[in-house]
Design a protein. Structure first.
Length: 104
């Protein structure tokens, strides 16, 4: 149950940001994963497992574990700032923010 809540928090951080894609795992029981793609190469992936956020670095085959979504943001800011590009301002986000129409 805690993994589900943590997964939603991670998804809230990454959803809509340029370069991030959600990949459901074809392997039964394997967790879904968020992938950061630069060009055609996956640079890093993020998943939640056993109450931790796990960041996998493709080029160095290294795993980094952080405690929560705030830790993920802090790690990305320090190590992969490009992965924290501003989320796309899609219709859903504009509706949630009450910014569908501008009356200026």
């Amino acid at each position: 149950m805690a993994d589900d809540r943590l997964w939603r928090q991670v998804a809230d951080v990454l959803r809509g940001r340029p370069g991030w894609t959600f990949q459901a795992s074809p392997t039964p029981g394997a967790p879904p994963v968020w992938c950061y793609v630069e060009g055609t190469q996956v640079e890093l992936s993020v998943t939640v497992d056993d109450g931790d956020v796990r960041i996998y670095l493709e080029d160095t085959d290294e795993d980094v574990v952080v405690a929560d979504a705030d830790g993920l943001v802090a790690w990305l800011q320090a190590n992969a700032a490009a992965a924290l590009g501003h989320p796309k301002d899609g219709l859903r986000q504009r509706l949630k923010a009450g910014r569908l129409f501008s009356w200026d």
